[in-house]
Design a protein around this ligand. Structure first.
Ligand code: PLP
Length: 372
């Protein structure tokens, strides 16, 4: 049987962005928020956020998180409250801002931060909470209601929406109209894939202006640093790939949704759900990065990953171990981690890439069925 890799990045081919590269050579501008970057930001804002609010590109989402947290945090706060069930970039970004991650358990169904446990910790910490950093797990259109309330009460919120560019809910693109900061990744493994890159959105233009300046050495209009900045700009090369990606983005999203739909259909048909396999309770129309599922209670996800590997199917177990289980983060504060540890021991990420065939998906689901 043929090998099924976990991931096959399908970036736009160079022929599609040659025209932008020619424009770049003609302008002689290679970075510093050049014309291609501006065109990309304008198009994203119009085409995906209905012209509301503001966006700024960044070199990657980790830099976006560092800038967003450092610009938006309460200056005297000490803790960044976040789920442990996230990629390590989220707590690492807090550390780079001089903050301590404070890990909160997740909701066992949505796999996003548990709002009740978050409230308990927030009331305990008071003004020592510097920022709240929820993660929209695996690109879901996470309900932002409680985070809007926090923003209105003066508690800064930075959403790790790394996998949510292309995810839409009732009001459009996930994050639209949010007055805190929302950070998206354009890494090769995400749905909007350009290699390395990212973007920060806010309905509040002032916040985005601050991020844009911070990402360019803290310069405003002169070449004098007005604040502690760094370099996190997207190059014009990156913006070229991003512009071409925008042209085919809706096709990519549809393809991924269709493949995801097929997985769900086959999983139901095979009876896996009645055997104890569990799907994430999702919100909205998701721009799927891969396919996530929980193995039945008591079945270790690593055993399933090994079994599939033996059948030439490459699977992963994102995000396991959860962040509070990493050596670097073990000593930090946390709420109880009941749901996080349960999900981390059972979560599987299955292959989902754009030119995957129906047969390949059938093959993966059949093997799960055989595993029992
Ligand atoms: C991919 C990812 C990041 C990091 O994005 P980069 O663009 O690679 O820096 C951060 N958080 C989460 C949850 C991610 O999935």
């Amino acid at each position: 049987m043929k090998n099924i890799p976990f991931l096959k990045p399908n970036l736009v081919k160079h022929g599609t962005y040659l025209k932008y590269l020619e424009q770049m050579e003609q302008s002689g501008i290679y970075s510093n928020y050049g014309p291609l970057n501006t065109l990309f930001e304008d198009r994203v804002l119009q085409e995906h956020f209905g012209g509301e609010g503001s966006v700024t590109t960044v070199s990657n989402a980790t830099m976006g998180l560092i800038l967003a947290i450092s610009q938006h945090r309460r200056p005297k706060g000490r803790y960044a409250l976040m789920p442990s069930f996230t990629f390590t970039a989220t707590p690492l970004a807090a550390l780079w801002c001089g903050l301590e991650p404070y890990f909160i358990d997740i909701d066992p169904k949505t796999w996003c931060m548990d709002e009740n446990k978050l409230h308990d910790v927030l009331s305990k910490l008071g003004s020592r909470a510097a920022v709240v950093v929820p993660y929209a797990a695996f690109g879901t259109d996470m309900d932002l209601t409680v985070y809007r309330d926090m923003e209105n009460r003066g508690i800064p919120v930075v959403v790790d929406a790394a996998a949510s560019f292309g995810t839409t809910g009732e009001s459009g693109q996930f994050g639209k109209q949010f007055t805190g900061l929302v950070v998206y990744s354009f890494h090769a493994t995400k749905c909007f894939a350009i290699g390395e890159g990212g973007m920060v959105y806010s309905a509040d233009r002032e916040k985005i202006n601050k991020i844009r300046q911070a990402a360019n050495f803290g310069f405003e209009t002169s070449r004098e640093s007005l604040q502690q900045g760094l370099n996190a700009k997207l190059s014009e090369l990156g913006a070229s790939v991003a512009l071409s990606t925008l042209d085919v983005f809706s096709e990519k999203i549809s393809r991924r949704r269709a493949l995801h739909g097929l997985y769900v259909h086959l999983i139901r048909e095979t009876g896996l759900l009645s055997q104890g396999w569990v799907l994430q309770q999702e919100n909205g129309q998701i721009a799927y990065q891969f396919f996530s599922i929980l193995s039945p209670a008591g079945v270790d996800n690593l055993d399933v990953v090994d079994y599939l590997a033996g059948k030439q199917i490459q699977a992963r177990n994102y995000f396991s171990p959860a962040c509070h289980q990493h050596p670097l983060f073990r000593s930090f504060h946390r709420s109880d981690m009941e749901a996080t540890e349960e999900v981390a021991s059972r979560v599987l990420s299955l292959p989902l890439w754009e030119d995957m065939t129906e047969n390949e998906i059938r093959c993966v689901v059949e093997e799960l069925g055989r595993y029992g």
